[in-house]
Design a protein around this ligand. Structure first.
Ligand code: SAH
Length: 391
């Protein structure tokens, strides 16, 4: 069997220091864009015009911005709309209802996003970091370590780009307008806190400042960084919090979600209940069903006792085994019994649909696959090196 061990390298070694991308209009609020446009010698109202093209019309090609003088177009677009994401691969499955995009960033890092169409809504799943430092052993992204944080605009641009794909009618049987965003792609959003909060502000600000999504239609998924959850509760935002619990007991959670060694189950749930109380939003508890690891009836009962009477909803995720993984998804009868016990405890529970499996749909697998045959030089992924090893 082949596995991919992580060999840490010095992130500060020459040539390896993570380089952030150029500034983009989505990094700035409208006053910031006006100041920049004025610095370029253009009237301030051009900031609103170019913002309208990007966030309102989902247009990024200067040639289509015909209300801007031809002489200014390229200069404004050059300063405010540098290309952040280069598509490496786009894959569709589920009869076109799921589309996955693999992007190369300016430094060669690879990240992915997924567009999912439903009869009543369109959701994008976006990445907040290139790689991830949380090291959850069942997650493909966690195996390769953290390369770098994404900028706010790199985060927002994934949603804007895929909103444009949806608007072109590419997702048959779904509304054309992007409505939901989940931070469930690569990375730990709360470990890139300020850029993620900036990105959320752009996603919810009405056009032309932002994409105009509803706060309640944005979900931030976290391993459970307690101080950051508390800080998020204190922002004037009420986005949905998803907590990746995966085990109701510290002994197992210490292994499945290593950050549990720092903030224990009781502590992270306390922060989650405070978040629910402050924001009025029910917390989503994520639980990957892993065969013979966390799917025992007694763990369902313990989880039920922890969550009963709380403002919570459980999302069970059938494990999507990563290549070479020693773990598998729970058997369906075991999963059904787990659901039955949770519901018997009075806990609202659903099983997540498994979109995109045949295109390495979930959880870092596309970026992992793309890494092996892309033109991205190895050295362009600072922080870690990955090599094959016989075991
Ligand atoms: N770092 C954040 C968000 C990214 S992952 C977090 O951990 O919440 C989004 C969800 O997918 C998390 O609940 C994560 O634990 C889960 N996940 C990761 N790998 C998975 C896999 N192989 N199968 C099923 N769920 C997985």
């Amino acid at each position: 069997m082949t596995s991919l061990p992580v060999i840490p390298v010095d992130p500060d070694a020459p040539g390896r220091r993570p380089a952030m991308p150029p500034r983009h209009l989505a990094d700035l609020d409208l006053p910031g864009r006006k100041a920049l446009v004025t610095e370029l010698g253009e009237p301030a109202f051009r900031a609103r015009q170019i913002s309208h093209h990007y966030f309102g019309r989902l247009v990024r090609d200067p040639a289509e911005m015909t209300d801007l003088p031809a002489a200014s177009r390229d200069r404004l677009a050059g300063a405010l709309l540098p290309r952040l994401l280069t598509p490496v691969r786009e894959l569709a499955c589920d009869d076109g209802a799921t589309r996955k995009a693999l992007w190369r960033l300016h430094d060669g890092s690879l990240v992915e996003s997924v567009l999912m169409g439903y009869p009543d809504r369109v959701t994008v799943c976006i990445s907040s970091q290139a790689g991830c430092g949380m090291a959850c052993p069942f997650c493909a992204t966690g195996q390769a370590g953290l390369t770098r944080n994404l900028s706010a605009a790199e985060i927002v641009d994934q949603a804007v780009y895929l909103a444009g794909v949806a608007a072109s009618g590419a997702v048959a049987g779904s509304p054309p307008r992007l409505s939901h965003v989940v931070f469930m792609g690569m990375g730990e959003p709360l470990a890139n806190y300020s850029r993620v909060v900036t990105a959320i502000r752009r996603l919810v600000a009405p056009a032309p400042e932002g994409l105009g999504l509803s706060q309640r239609h944005i979900t931030v998924s976290t391993v459970g960084l307690v101080p950051a959850i508390r800080r998020l509760a204190s922002e004037d935002l009420s986005v949905t919090l998803a907590l990746s619990l995966h085990a109701p007991d510290d002994e197992l959670r210490d292994e499945l979600v290593p950050v549990n060694q720092r903030w224990k189950v009781a502590e992270v749930l306390d922060a989650a209940w405070d978040y629910a109380a402050t924001t009025g939003r029910r917390v989503s508890i994520e639980y990957a069903m892993i065969k013979d690891v966390n799917d025992q009836p007694w763990r369902a009962d313990l989880l039920g006792r922890l969550l009963a009477g709380r403002s919570a909803h459980v999302n069970l995720i059938p494990l999507n085994p990563t290549p070479g993984s020693r773990w598998d998804a729970s058997a369906k009868p075991v999963e059904r019994e787990f659901v039955r016990r949770l519901r018997e405890s009075g806990v609202s529970t659903t099983v997540r649909d498994t979109r995109g499996r045949e295109i390495d749909g979930a959880c870092g697998q596309l970026a992992a696959a793309g890494d092996s045959d892309s033109e991205a030089p190895r050295g362009a992924r600072p922080g870690v090196a990955v090599r094959d090893q016989e075991t």
